[in-house]
Design a binder for this molecule. Structure first.
Ligand code: NDP
Length: 308
């Protein structure tokens, strides 16, 4: 049956203002209502939510308001025959700019100058320390929307960009592709390694001691994907021992990053609070995706970003 109602679960407020989001559907052909927990759904209902809820399995279609849908039980959706879609495809610029910003800061020392600004200190770094990202090699691990967003921007800055993905699909700006089982070769010559993978059983803990050992000692890790892809205690050890030079991370094993984490105190670590996707038009970007899928659903077409 066609959809008669779209529900927006209030959990979307984690990333977007919920009322502005609902308003963005003013031109939709079906009514849109903001809801909390404890509601029953029917096959004529669509639901947009940030968090999974078991009752969604009675709806006609569920949209995850995030690109990373690892908290949703895809097998349960498949068993119930309910399409689940995600919000991939809209984070190339937002998360891409954060990843490139982190790399530029490490090279041009912006984070150090800002650290000293609070003390009104005219900081002079060692001569050896600053460098340019131009002509440095970046390895992007995971080449979907975000990986490509990072690669295109890095290429425009004159970086030498290589990447890792399972398929052979070429990516603009990426000069060489490696298979996942060649990860160590792929990162070996890179000054920067940027993780843009989904969190799956195959990528859980993918970056640990052996991977940091395979990286250059002057290399920087950038993780804008999901915390558990990196073994965080191995990362701390690698930073402490000098196996790698630094890290920029938007995502962590536990979020918010606990106050006790040694990462907070490290000069060559830049912590951003899982705000890589933040933009003042995020609610409009997600609404556009949802509206496209409402139209497809009503026309009986294959949904965009279907993940189960
Ligand atoms: P996409 O699905 O577009 O891209 C993921 C890419 O990773 C795919 O193109 C896939 O290519 C590749 N991939 C998947 N598994 C593997 C593997 N085992 N080894 C190597 N490559 C693999 O997702 P997005 O780019 O939109 O997002 C990526 C992740 O970033 C999300 O899953 C989410 O967790 C995180 N994210 C973080 C945000 C933040 O705020 N920091 C915001 C949005 C997303 P192939 O099929 O060729 O392997």
């Amino acid at each position: 049956p066609p959809l008669e109602q779209l529900y927006v679960h209030e959990s979307v407020d984690n990333v977007i203002p919920k009322h502005d989001f609902v308003e963005a559907f003013d031109d939709l052909s079906i009514p849109v209502e903001l809801v909390g927990d404890g509601r029953e759904y029917e096959a004529t209902d669509g639901v947009v939510s940030y968090v999974p809820r078991p009752e969604y399995l009675d709806a006609g279609w569920v949209h995850c308001a995030r690109a990373g849908y690892d908290e949703f039980d895809t097998e349960a959706y498949e068993a119930a025959g309910i399409p689940l879609t995600n919000s991939s495809g809209i984070h190339g610029a937002t998360v891409g700019e954060v990843a490139v910003g982190l790399m530029l800061s490490f090279a041009r020392l912006l984070h150090l100058y800002r650290d000293h600004q609070g003390e009104r200190a005219w900081y002079t770094p060692d001569y050896e320390r600053p460098f340019t990202v131009e002509n440095e090699r970046l390895c992007v691990v995971g080449l979907g929307t975000i990986g490509e967003g990072i690669a295109r921007r890095a290429d425009a800055l004159g970086m030498d960009v290589v990447g890792v993905r399972r398929s052979d699909d070429p990516v603009p700006g990426v000069s060489e592709l490696f298979d996942p089982d060649e990860l160590h070769d792929a990162v070996a010559d890179a000054r920067f390694v940027a993780i843009a993978l989904p969190h799956t059983p195959a990528t859980d803990g993918l970056f640990a001691e052996a991977e940091f050992d395979a990286m250059r000692e002057d290399a920087y890790l950038v993780n804008v994907a999901r915390g558990p892809i990196v073994d965080e205690s191995a990362l701390v050890s690698a930073l402490e021992s000098g196996a790698i030079a630094g890290a920029g991370a938007d995502v962590f094993e536990t979020e918010p990053l606990p106050e006790s984490s040694p990462l907070w105190d490290m000069e060559e670590v830049i912590i951003t609070p899982h705000k890589g996707s933040a933009t003042n038009r995020y609610h409009l970007d997600i609404a556009d995706l949802v509206k496209e899928n409402v139209a497809r659903y009503q026309d009986g077409e294959e949904l965009r970003n279907r993940v189960a």
